[in-house]
Design a protein. Sequence first.
Lengths: 310, 117
Amino acid sequence: MSWGPINWSAIKTGYSPGTHIDSADPTVGTEENQLKAAMWNLYENTMKEHHIRIEAGGLEGTIDLDSDLDIGASQYDILVASGTNTITAFSTAAAGVTRKIIFNSARQLTHGAALKLYPSGNRNIQTAVGDVAIFGSRGSGNWECLAYQRADGYPLLGEIQHVYTSFQNRLTVTNNPIPWDNTPPLSSEGGQLFSLAITPKYSDSILIFQANAHVSPYTSNRVITMALFKDSEGTARGQSKPRAPDWHRCSLLWRETAGGTTAQTWKVRIGTNSTSGGWDLYVNADVLYNQKGAGIIDTNFLITEKRLPA
Amino acid sequence: MTHEELVMAIIRIRPGAKFCLSGDSIEQGLEWLEKPESEGGQKRPTLAECQAVLAETQADVEASQKRAAAREIIQEKRDLAVRKLVGYIAKDANAPADLKAVAADIAAAEADLEPEK
């Protein structure tokens, strides 16, 4: 049985003008309307008695959350929300009431006792146009965010994104060592192997850096340094220092907090130490510059953005 | 120009210079690590300079190869002439004794050079 769209405010007054009832005017055919209203009351009470909810399927409304936080009182299950004020709580609604909210503006949802934001790992959420969330009431003014889908498809937790680049050609670094000592490498030392930009989605994300390179030092048993630099910083953030007897695979694993959501460029520099002998270093090649690896060698740089629950 | 050729050219143009070359493009792949010229560093080489020195190197190689070929030809002809002279001297009863002795020595040595069977 389909009841079609329902005017809930009419039901509250004891009368429903649903489309299946011909007359919507209480002044016309009063006796008939009273009978219909009685039938509605009987139906509504029966549904309530058996805890059956009357679904108003297909209906979508709007709400300005800057002036009205009573999403539970709305007759609509789906609400397109406007406004930009920060939200820390919704108005009290009966336990079990759920609402799907479609945000059409950027605003902050603040995690707290009255508004628990589970999908973000109990962090605040910055909404964007088109984001969709499902909120469920626990009664007494307490709401839980049960699901949140960003319109751009990125998740709120887990592996957010990764950017990757690889180097299949040859690289030669001459006469510019990276010392093997207890000081951090400098951007003026060695040669640049990679430059890769990433725009983190969340400032509290973790960025994980992985770099690999196949190298030949001109003089065997040199210490090879792979160093990680951010933007135009002169001092390395991280490094690895394997000793290379000959053709060798160097790797670097490092992590940083994103610290912002604007674009940042990360660079990998590489070089041998400055003890006696040749300082030259060759990537994807032997000491005579002959290319090795057939263009499918794993000299590469990967940045992964991950976000864990707070 | 290949990576090898570019590295060779840069090393030849700016001996001892610090640089990092990635791939086969001097415009896009050369990170010049020298200090500024005002501080005593060497000037970044241009592609034209690299091409010029490569052409020069190739000319040197070609000249060297030409000289080696000429030496080979001269040696071969000289050997042939000596063999003929040795033969004439050996047959000439009026040839000076010292020349005959030299020709006999050469003939004996060449006999030792007979290919192994």
